[in-house]
Design a protein around this ligand. Structure first.
Ligand SMILES: NC(=O)c1ccc[n+]([C@@H]2O[C@H](COP(=O)([O-])OP(=O)(O)OC[C@H]3O[C@@H](n4cnc5c(N)ncnc54)[C@H](OP(=O)(O)O)[C@@H]3O)[C@@H](O)[C@H]2O)c1
Length: 347
């Protein structure tokens, strides 16, 4: 198929391109030429350098080519999706949109397991610290609305993938590395709250396969799919599995969420601090993807060693907030002392 992708050299998209190329598709990429994750043979794709917000540039691409499918890997706002509809609607028969489980996680209501049709529950009160991104989830819902409308008006046939935390080598959020580096230093781990709320991750290569497999099955047109691992992890389960792989077992200290949230290092400008810490259990049904796409996920035990290796031997920089690690440890020691004294006082 003749494929146009907006994106293609970032974390998720480069894995999708790799598979598209391997499967013999004719692939063109729209990028600004800044990102350089090239997991594929550069000579086997065409690069159209430009900004996705440049209407003239995209119009030219749409008018001068007969693409069979457009992958939009990086629409974050309704305006961005609307522009895609205006430029490519009626010209490209199929659009594949990259969405997120955050469209559910901004809801007041979460009914587990969360199915694809649970995407319209009323929004919760605006919550700045929503670990799944409050404004991000709201905006991604709006992208979806614009695209479903276009689908219903016959502008193109839309499919969407909603992913949870995406993990693996090259993750720009470096979420796994946050914990890998802390487990490896052997000092106590600060666990926000109980660490018991469960959720799912997805390995980037499994996600990429689902994106490419959408092209193989006509019944996927007009549908959204949750694509996540079959394994369900709480933060505690995740750390159990990670500690086993790393052959380390540092002390874990639970800190009350209200206290944790006031700690200056509980948020970081560098990115996602204390990832996989959730405030409620959210489990995503992948029955639809299993049925329509024959989706299967790689186990944590299989994908994590390569990811650890990439962080330690290729990435090699500090993880998010690691500059404040000594403050984390200092706080943990104070918290333990406080808890001990409290127990002493009440007994
Ligand atoms: N990471 C997660 O855990 C997660 C979870 C759920 C959903 N998602 C979704 O996944 C998508 C992001 O994935 P990703 O971070 O791995 O990135 P990505 O899909 O790989 O996209 C980055 C690519 O887009 C290009 N790009 C960025 N801004 C551009 C612009 N203005 N014009 C043209 N090209 C541009 C980049 O190249 P240049 O920089 O060279 O332009 C790069 O090729 C988003 O839709 C997000 O909502 C992510």
């Amino acid at each position: 198929m003749k494929v146009l992708m907006i994106g293609g050299t970032g974390f998720i998209s480069s894995n999708v391109v790799k598979l598209l190329v391997e499967e013999g598709h004719d692939v063109s990429l729209v990028t600004r030429g800044k990102s350089k994750i090239e997991l594929f043979d550069k000579n086997k794709v065409q690069f159209a350098y430009g900004d996705r917000h440049d209407k003239e540039f995209l119009n030219k691409l749409a008018n001068e080519n007969n693409y069979d499918v457009l992958y939009d890997m990086i629409a974050y706002t309704a305006d961005e999706s609307q522009m895609v509809v205006e430029i490519f609607g009626g010209k490209v028969p199929r659009l594949i949109h990259t969405s997120t489980i955050s469209v559910y996680m901004v809801s007041d209501v979460v009914r587990n397991p969360i199915k694809e049709e649970d995407d319209k529950y009323p929004l919760m009160k605006f919550w700045e610290r929503n670990p799944f991104g409050m404004q991000y989830g709201i905006d991604k819902r709006k992208c979806e609305d614009v695209l479903w409308k276009a689908h219903n008006e016959g502008k193109f046939e839309v499919s969407m993938i909603r992913a949870p935390y995406v993990c693996g080598p090259h993750d720009p959020m470096k979420r796994d590395y946050f914990w890998i580096q802390r487990v490896l230093d052997g000092k106590p781990l600060l666990i926000p709250g109980s660490g018991d709320f469960a959720s799912q991750h997805v390995f980037v290569e499994d996600l990429a396969k689902a994106f490419v497999d959408l092209l193989k099955y006509d019944e996927t047109k007009g549908k959204a799919y949750n694509i996540s691992s079959e394994e369900i992890f709480s933060l505690n389960d995740y750390l159990d599995a990670l500690c086993t792989l790393l052959d380390k077992n540092p002390e874990r200290v639970n800190v009350d969420l209200e206290v944790f949230e006031k700690l200056p290092f509980s948020m970081s400008l560098e990115g996602h601090a204390f990832p996989f810490n959730t405030y409620r259990t959210a489990i995503f049904s992948i029955d639809k993807a299993k049925k329509d796409l024959n989706f299967k996920s790689t186990t944590f035990e299989k994908w994590m060693p390569g990811t650890i290796d990439w962080y330690l031997n290729v990435y090699k920089k500090p993880s998010v907030g690691y500059g404040d690690r000594s403050k984390e440890v200092e706080f943990v020691e104070k918290w333990k002392k406080y808890k001990r004294e409290l127990i002493y006082k009440v007994t």
